[in-house]
Design a protein around this ligand. Structure first.
Ligand code: CO
Length: 211
């Protein structure tokens, strides 16, 4: 058994001990059920751990992660997580959290074929095309990369707002706010990008569903 593998099993035992020291019923209480106020849609990147960043305990965040924190409206995995979070758990907030230095975004800026992931990255390339004029005008590559990360988060928040699940919730008067964040790998801080929705009125008319 590798040292790393042994270490993570040991870590688990220590973690259980620590939690039980604070409250002997810690896990019994968690086993009763969950009602997290937040759904987190983030990048799979190992440096962006949802709970740790926002100081959330088990039971406080429902999490979906994929490469480059994408909200792709034909992705059954994302739709199932979103549906369960909104309709069963009744989360109050959904945060799409991207991060500077995202490998998925970087790949979308380039031309190298990496494999099957090319098809996932394609969705991100489309976002480059939507904002090509503004992005191409940024000469500094790092600044252009950062801006692309931000554009991607904003677009995913819009895509979230366009889903039938979110629009149906708003139509029923459910209190549901969606937000876009970007996380700084260098600083640890998140920035709220100011794309906050709690209704569909800011969506282009063609996307507004009537129920
Ligand atoms: Co990433």
């Amino acid at each position: 058994m590798s040292n790393f593998y042994k270490k993570i099993l040991d870590n688990n035992k220590k973690w259980v001990d620590e939690k039980l020291k604070i409250s002997p019923d810690y896990f019994n209480n968690l086993a009763e059920g969950q009602s997290p106020p937040l759904l987190w849609i983030g990048c799979s990147d190992s440096r962006v751990p949802a709970n740790e960043i926002i100081g959330a305990e088990p039971g406080e965040v429902f999490v979906h992660r994929n490469i480059a924190n994408m909200v792709i409206h034909s992705d059954m995995n994302m739709l199932s997580v979103l549906d369960y979070a909104v309709n069963a758990l009744k989360v109050k907030h959904v945060i799409v959290c991207g991060h500077y230095g995202c490998g998925g975004i970087k790949a979308a800026m380039g031309n190298s074929s990496i494999g099957i992931i090319d098809n996932w990255i394609r969705h991100i390339k489309d976002i480059y095309r939507f904002h090509q004029k503004e992005l191409d005008a940024i000469e500094d590559e790092t600044l252009r990369f950062n801006k692309f990360v931000e554009f991607n988060v904003k677009e995913q928040v819009f895509d979230l707002a366009k889903t039938s699940i979110v629009q149906n919730a708003w139509n029923m008067g459910q209190d549901l706010q969606i937000h876009g964040w970007v996380y700084g790998l260098n600083s640890g801080y998140v920035t709220d990008l100011g794309v906050n929705f709690n209704c569909d009125k800011d969506l282009d008319d063609v996307y507004q569903l009537k129920f």
